[in-house]
Design a protein around this ligand. Structure first.
Ligand SMILES: [Cu+2]
Length: 126
């Protein structure tokens, strides 16, 4: 009986572990992904977070949400450039992670006095 309980506990634990790594998550637009989702908010005048670390080969989707002001994001080194985003708008972007490096990003929509402060970086590590 003790052994059976243990087996059951082990199986439950295993199932839990699998669901953490494999179960699809819903993106803001309702589509599902097994990618790691990193939520990034855009506001006056910052990206949060603005220092993002990912692993080489990791499947990553940035879930951008504009919470204040009109902004956009450009990550030239990763070939990403959004259009204008308005408050309340979300945008999901899968980013390439196949090359190690530090990729700077910045706001690509003139948005006022703090526009030049809207910057950050995504670092892809081994
Ligand atoms: Cu801006």
């Amino acid at each position: 009986m003790k052994l059976r309980l243990f087996t059951l506990a082990a199986a439950t634990l295993l199932m839990t572990a699998c669901s953490i790594t494999n179960s699809p998550q819903k993106l803001a637009d309702g589509t599902e992904t097994t990618n790691r989702i990193i939520k990034v908010s855009l506001s006056n005048w910052k990206f949060s977070p603005n220092d993002i670390q990912v692993k080489k080969g990791e499947k990553v989707t940035l879930e951008l949400k504009d919470v204040e002001g009109t902004h956009g994001i450009a990550i030239p080194g990763l070939g990403v450039s959004t259009g204008k985003m308005e408050p309340g708008q979300t945008l999901d972007i899968e980013i390439p992670t196949d090359t190690i490096g530090k990729y700077k990003f910045f706001c690509n929509v003139p948005c006022g006095e703090g526009h030049a402060d809207m910057k950050g970086a995504i670092t892809v590590t081994e």
